[in-house]
Design a protein around this ligand. Structure first.
Ligand code: SF4
Ligand code: SF4
Length: 442
């Protein structure tokens, strides 16, 4: 069976982002570059490093197969130069397998793991505004996704578990391998529970993750894209910054935006040459200029948060305004016209990269950087609630009903056509509920 068909059948989606179905990404005939994002975009996160250390041979083997399938002229794994152990493991695997894969060492800056930054760093090409890496002959995939592809190709194993790291105010920060559908409460429990009573949880990285209440821990579950949980005090700086309303931010912009343009000058998308100027957007919303051409630039925002959490001297949040504007444009079917002009990076880009350590300190996360665990703890469960939508596109249609017995790895939800991904049982047991999720009990 063709490798792309195997990827589709295994229900693989991008493990490091919004969950784009991987079989669609690899349904191309020819590319110049196949790039692997091993740069762990967000501060604190550990999973890409863990997988590159533990699964280096698997990663190189499957890269060779994928590279042949899409006729990639070059294959690079882009990761931070400071990942010494991971580089040693990968270089050893490359040598042992006589592979053509190359290692590309990046600086320690944020957001080094943004796929458009990786494309620019490795190839010198800027993805066009509103475009995708394929527009410049590149496919970018992530380390976790590759491991899933390897398992699908060699063992026909679907995506039924996910590695994630647990950080912050927990007794034992660790790496977990959890069945898909396990409650987040069980993950926190596996880390020894919390060290404080009043807390919130960041699901994902500290810059771009979602903040949830502790009451949600029993309702929310591990999905194919969950990468980390960070427990923080409920009065933490990041909780406070996320709690502001858009109305409040616009009022702040009206009264305090000094148009210093630091938000634009440090914006990583602006620095690779795209026309995204958050200071102009802020001027437009605060002056009620209603300049729709400028406001539409918000559609180019990758929501990295540099403008609000690092750049702005007045503590204003252009990112949240952009998120709001994107929602309004989406509702009204407004899109940013894909650009055809040649984009050139800003000459100062190299000097305007945000050092990760300074960022960690700025967002009050320095206390949580110690992380000594190198192996994953395997988590088991007697009950899982597997969402039928864990990806971009349509939810999967359930193929099972209440009372059915399912086997581990069995297909329980499917998307026959269009954008979407299949869903499989992460434990064997009996289906006790089918709604937006399939609940299975042992
Ligand atoms: S950095 Fe802040 S104050 Fe400066 S232009 Fe941007 S929003 Fe305004
Ligand atoms: S969040 Fe701010 S800095 Fe990041 S891409 Fe959007 S506008 Fe630029």
């Amino acid at each position: 069976m063709d490798i792309v068909q195997k990827i589709r059948e295994a229900g693989i989606v991008g493990a490091g982002g919004a969950g784009f179905p991987t079989h669609i990404k690899f349904s191309v005939d020819k590319v110049d570059y196949l790039l692997v994002n091993g740069a762990e975009c967000e501060p604190l996160l550990q999973i890409d490093k863990y997988l590159m250390r533990e699964k280096s041979s698997e990663i190189i083997k499957v890269l060779e197969q994928l590279g042949d399938r899409i006729q990639a002229k070059e294959i690079h794994i882009a990761l931070k130069g400071k990942y010494k152990s991971e580089i040693i493991e990968l270089e050893k695997a490359i040598k042992d397998l006589n592979s053509r894969v190359k290692i590309f060492k990046m600086g320690t800056y944020y957001p080094a793991g943004d796929e458009q930054q990786i494309v620019f760093e490795v190839t010198g090409r800027t993805v066009p505004e509103a475009g995708i890496p394929l527009d410049v002959g590149v496919i970018v995939t992530n380390v976790g996704t590759l491991v899933n592809i390897y398992e699908a190709v060699t063992d026909s194993k679907p995506v039924v578990d996910k590695c994630l790291s647990i950080h912050g105010e927990v007794k034992n920060p660790l790496i977990l391998k959890s069945p898909i559908g396990m409650t987040l409460a069980k993950c926190i429990e596996a880390a020894g529970g919390t060290t404080i009573d009043k807390y919130k949880i960041i699901v994902g990285g500290p810059m771009m993750g979602r903040i949830i209440d502790k009451e949600s821990l029993e309702k929310e579950v591990v999905t194919k894209t969950t990468g980390a949980l960070i427990v923080v005090p409920e009065d933490h700086y990041m909780v406070h910054r996320n709690g502001k309303s858009v109305k409040h931010i616009i009022n702040e912009a009206k009264s305090s935006c000094i148009q210093c343009r630091m938000c634009t000058d440090l914006c990583p998308r602006y620095l690779i040459g795209q026309k995204l100027r958050p200071h102009r957007i802020m001027r437009s919303v605060s002056m009620l200029e209603n300049n729709s051409e400028i406001l539409k630039e918000a559609l180019l925002c990758c929501e990295c948060g540099i403008c609000e959490l690092f750049a702005c001297p007045m503590q204003i949040s252009p990112r949240m305004v952009n998120v709001y504007l994107k929602g309004v444009f989406r509702e009204n079917g407004v899109r940013f016209e894909k650009s055809t002009r040649k984009l050139t990076a800003e000459s100062m880009r190299e000097y305007r990269k945000v050092p990760t350590n300074r960022l960690i300190s700025r967002i009050g996360m320095s206390k949580y950087t110690d992380f000594s665990e190198t192996k994953a703890v395997i988590l088991e469960s007697n009950e899982v609630s597997i969402p039928l939508k864990q990806h971009i596109g349509a939810p999967a249609k359930p193929l099972v009903g209440v009372g059915d017995h399912v086997e581990y790895g069995q297909l329980i939800g499917e998307v026959k056509e269009g954008l979407g991904a299949s869903v499989h049982a992460s434990i064997a047991g009996v289906v006790v509920e089918v709604g937006n999720s399939v609940v299975i009990k042992k």
